[in-house]
Design a protein around this ligand. Structure first.
Ligand SMILES: CC(C)(COP(=O)(O)OP(=O)(O)OC[C@H]1O[C@@H](n2cnc3c(N)ncnc32)[C@H](O)[C@@H]1OP(=O)(O)O)[C@@H](O)C(=O)NCCC(=O)NCCS
Length: 406
């Protein structure tokens, strides 16, 4: 059987999209595939795809969006956004993902991307390739009627047309990215897919997408999933897809608005950062239920560029013994950082702590604490106190967060 790995050519976009859909057990509908084909053909997204054929059929698929990622200090680092990973049920556990991942990450290195990121369908898959949790996230379930401690006037929240959202909301997300690390790009066609396109197959039985905003300051997108009426009482759920705001008044107004929609009983809010203000906005936080959800994973492909590309609030030096089982980032690295800049270089001296490259990705943007990794024995302190020192050095004002999955 000849199972060669090939690069995706434009002619293969439709069968590739069909393979992605099939391997995620989706319905391969024309409406869905058309949207996908447009997205991966978008020049700004610079989609790179790999596939394996068996006979005439595609049996494995793998993609990378050409994106960037915000880091502390406001810089943006080139990033390979790994996506569309799937292998046919009949061809699994024969090493096809291993081969595609090697090809995709080699390509990212050739292009000078110091980091690859992804959202995992299952948490056990990607650690073996050096991916670690870089941005933990939480879903919230919020009971209707939750009270706000210091309410603002929600009349600043307005309905937005899809065209308005498409034109105005990218600037809001960009404003967030200037301060929030770990936040990925969204391109024009992608915005089109979250503001204008809304085929029925994307709704999972809920309403069409509703768009509201505080113009220029924040936006929210949601659907309402109707539940059974019981004893004349409605039982519907607001599925809050995304809420982003640039200032506290807009943030509060949008939360108040979505938490008080008539004929609904609760809000399910997706993928919020650990420092989401919601629990502090309400008086009765026990009526919120936070649950860990799919985090953003990162794989450092160039440790030096990744650590030198971000800013630091304090001054310090720390020596890290990094082990990388699948690529070439192993070594003893000295991080020498201050508010004026940083260097990260291999040195020949005793390290203060030792950790695998996936754990290094977790501490890179301050999203996961080195002391927590030490307590879990994923990081070994060779000098007592070194983990807490590393935490102080990499600490960020805001938790890393991308408000959407890819
Ligand atoms: C996840 C998926 C792409 C793996 O593809 P694959 O070709 O079977 O993976 P490989 O054969 O290259 O496996 C590589 C290693 O990962 C392990 N692995 C892969 N997928 C795994 C899974 N879902 N659970 C546990 N281990 C898994 C394999 O056992 C293997 O381990 P080994 O190297 O120690 O032997 C495939 O199972 C799939 O398409 N799943 C459904 C769609 C999906 O979840 N895609 C991922 C989206 S983020």
């Amino acid at each position: 059987m000849n199972l060669d790995l090939q690069r995706l050519s434009p002619d293969d976009a439709l069968p590739f999209a069909r393979a992605v859909s099939r391997n995620f057990y989706e319905d391969e509908s024309d409406a869905d595939l058309d949207v996908w084909v447009k997205l991966i053909g978008e020049p700004e997204l610079g989609f790179r795809g790999w596939l394996v054929r068996d006979g005439d059929g595609i049996v494995a698929n793998y993609g990378i969006y050409t994106m960037d990622l915000s880091v502390p200090g406001g810089a943006k680092l080139p990033m390979a956004g790994v996506t569309a990973v799937g292998v046919s049920q009949t061809h699994r556990r024969r090493g096809l993902l291993n081969r595609m991942m090697t090809a995709g990450l080699d390509d990212a290195v050739e292009r000078g991307e110091p980091v690859a990121t992804l959202y995992a369908s299952e948490s056990v898959i990607y650690g073996r390739y050096g991916f670690g949790v870089v941005a933990p996230a939480f879903n919230y379930r919020i009971d209707r009627g939750v009270t706000f401690r210091d309410p603002v006037d929600t009349r600043i929240v307005e309905a937005a047309t899809p065209e308005q959202a498409h034109a105005e909301w990218p600037a809001i997300l960009e404003a967030i990215r200037a301060h929030r690390p770990g936040c990925a790009t969204r391109t024009p066609q992608w915005w089109h897919n979250v503001t204008i396109n809304d085929p029925e197959s994307w709704r999972s039985g809920a309403s069409a997408r509703r768009l509201v905003h505080v113009p220029g300051r924040g936006y929210a997108m949601y659907r309402v999933k109707e539940g059974e009426w019981k004893d004349n009482l409605p039982d519907s759920t607001v599925r809050l897809l995304e809420v982003v705001a640039t200032d506290p008044e807009a943030e509060s107004a949008l939360w108040q608005f979505v938490c008080d929609i008539d004929l609904t009983s609760r809000v399910s809010a997706y993928s919020r950062p650990p420092d989401c203000p919601l629990p502090e906005l309400v008086t009765d936080r026990f009526r919120l239920r936070a649950q860990p959800t799919a985090p953003l994973y990162a794989r450092l492909l160039d440790v030096a560029v990744a650590f030198e590309g971000r800013s630091y609030a304090t001054t310090g030096q720390i020596c890290l013994d990094v082990s990388d089982a699948t690529r070439d980032q192993s070594g003893t690295w000295l991080l020498d950082a201050s508010p004026d800049g940083a260097s990260m270089a291999r040195v020949d001296r005793d390290a203060d702590l030792a950790l695998p490259v996936d754990a290094l990705a977790s501490v890179w943007l301050g999203g996961v604490k080195a002391v927590q990794l030490a307590a879990a024995r994923r990081l070994v302190e060779r000098r007592p106190g070194a983990a807490a020192e590393l935490d102080r050095l990499v600490a960020t004002d805001l938790a890393p967060w991308t408000p959407f999955e890819f």
